[in-house]
Structure formats: C-alpha cells, structure tokens
Design a protein around this ligand. Sequence first.
Ligand code: FES
Length: 378
Amino acid sequence: MHPPADHPSIPAADLKVVPVERSDTIPSSWYVDPRFHALERDAVFGANWQLVGRLDQVERPGQFLVGTVADEPIIVVRGKDGALRAFFNVCRHRGGPLAFCDGQASALRCQYHGWTYLLDGSLRGVPQMDRSELFDKKDFGLTPVAVDTWEGLVFVHLGPKPAPVARTFAGILERIGPRALAGMQFARRVNYEVACNWKVYVDNYLEGYHVPFVHPELATLLDYAGYTTETFDRYSLQSSPMTGEGSPYDTAGGTATAYYYFVFPNVMLNILPGRLQTNVVQPLGPDRCRVVFDYFYQRAGSAALEAQVEADVAYSDKVQEEDREICEHVQRGLSSRAYDRGRFSPEMEAGVHHFQKLLKQAYAARMKPAPRRRRPTK
Ligand code: FES
C-alpha cells in the first residue's frame, strides 16, 4: 500500500523496535520533515485520546468547550439530558463554526448564517431554506466524536469505537494512592510556545539526564539518587524523592515523592504534594509547538493559595524558559546536515526510548496494508 501523498515513506528498519541498550534514537527527519507532521496528525493525534478540557467547564446543561485535535475543530457540550457529547465544530451548511470560544447556550447556533442545532447535535433551525428541495434536516446533524472523562479531565478521540480512556490511564490512581486527582480544583492556565517539533519537547520531558546541566536550580529540588523511570503500556513514570528546599515545593523538612507521568502521545501529569499540573503538548507545525500548563490544587480559592499559585507559576516559568532555550537549539541541531540519529543512555533515557517505541508503533499501524476485501459472491 502506498502512503497517502502527504505522508512519508519509512524504511521498515526504522520502524523496528530495538531494546534501549542497542537502539538508535529516531531519525532527525522525523522532527523536521513536514510529511511527518501530516502523518502524525492521522496516526498519532487522530488515533489516540486527546485531552481537551475539564469537567467543571461542562458541568451544567448547555455549557460547552471548544478545542482543536489533529487540526480538527471540536466542540464538547453538556446536553439537557445530562449527557456529555462531542462533535466536530463544523456546521453542516458550509463549514462554519458553531462557537469561537467556550460558553453556554440553550442551542448551538452557527456563527456564519445562523443554522441552529440542539445540544444533542440534531439540526433544528435553518433560516431561509424553505425553497430548498430534497433537503431533510435529519440528514444534517452535527458529526459526532467520541468523548470520555478521567478524573475530571475531558478527552476526545477521532477514531471509531475507541476503548474507554480509563484503560489508557489504568494503574495511575492505584500508584499515587490518596492524592485523588478528581478532587483537585483548577486554578490557572499558562501557555508556552516553543520553536521546536513537539517530539523534541516530549523527549526532553522524559529524561532527567539534562537536569543538572539545563536546570541547576531544579536539580537541588529532587534527590537524584532515588530518581527512577518506569515504563508501562501507554505511559511512563519518572519519580523522585523531593525535599523542595528553597522552592515553592518546600516540604518543610519532610520528604515527599514527585511523580511525572507521561501518557502517550502528549499528556503529562506532574503530581506534587497538594498539586497537579497537566501539560498538553500541541503541534503547531513541523517546528513549532504549544505547551498548555493547567495548575490544579487540593484547595483552591483562598488568598494564601493565590500566592502559592503565583510562586509555582513563577518557578515553572523559569524552568520552562530553560527548556525552551535548549529545545530550540536541539531543533536547529536536528535540522543540521551533521546529525542523523544518536544513541540512548539506558540508565537515564528509558522514558524517551519508550515514547519513541510507541511512536514507531503508531506510524507502523497507520502503514499496515488494509485487510483484503473479499469479493462479494453472487
Ligand atoms: Fe453554518 Fe452557513 S455555515 S449556517
């Protein structure tokens, strides 16, 4: 089977998964060639659950949130019957948007010519269409998208009949125990744009190898002697004892554990005492990505907590700036004729290897020849 015209053709040897001790890193072209951006839109972002928002944004009937997944505009809406539904945010008339931003309404009205849809996606109002022939509103409902929730987070999936999202996250709650994520309250969102391929940012997140060199201050927060990386089916976990001394995460003489989960392909859960940060890495092009940081706390809303949020964000800003700078340099290095691929430190880069394994599998699944159709018998 030939790949679609905008997809790259990949040698089978490059898709082979090899143990970390013997494996090369993925080729540099995967980070710079626009055809990989197109392939990933279909094989990665269009074929996995994508975090688009929070349940508290769509709690009440008529509340909706909008997002973009695999370059597709999406709207998630709470129906009058209490059901949560998701649709392409694309009007069936001529492709207009139903909403530009999050909001609440008793029906969804297209922003272009005013066609109106009920919250269940069925088309109701079509101004000035009386003279249209062979037009049945029943045939022009919004196109649905799979939606599911996990611990107060809302996910959509563009593929047909995906397994429940909880299966992707299986085992995380059992591991972190009493830190119930669903009970955390949202406090702040901060977006960062970075001039690198989204995978450069993910690779960087997945190893502590660079921390002493790029983040000398952060290095004092964690106890690297106890730093470990574990890999699971669809995610990996980096964890470390922390004292947080001299940082907003100061544990006042005690020790705690910092958990850094990466869930394929682009969600990070940073779980620290009393806090959760979700990071979502969104590709904006072959050499540009946005990282969306959402801050959650066990107790939200007090003045003391507001000061805490400010301190956490300022601390993260500094770490982000350090990561942005190195990731942008790495993107330039990957574009250089001097570089094609490298090797892993098995001790420090097992998480990167695991991510690249899942990526290869996602590419390979997309490239598998479709099963042959049987000829209908007469
Ligand atoms: Fe929606 Fe025309 S595109 S009403």
